[in-house]
Design a protein. Structure first.
Length: 62
């Protein structure tokens, strides 16, 4: 649970920016996107396999 305490001399935009940064660090948005739709186990395996292949390609070419 991310929370931001707004100080007396702080404006709303700055507090919102701090909140967004905290959420990004905690991985809340990526987790939300990941769970937006149900993913079948076979699709999950295929996605992970493709990601591993892409990662291997990048490390070999460098």
């Amino acid at each position: 649970m991310s929370e931001v305490i707004i100080h007396d001399d702080e404006n709303f935009e700055r507090a919102l920016k701090r909140f967004k940064k905290k959420c990004e660090k905690a991985g809340i948005l990526s987790d939300l996107r990941k769970h937006r739709h149900y993913e079948k186990p076979s699709e999950r395996r295929k996605r992970k396999l493709n990601a591993a292949i892409r990662k291997n390609r990048r490390t070999r070419s460098s």
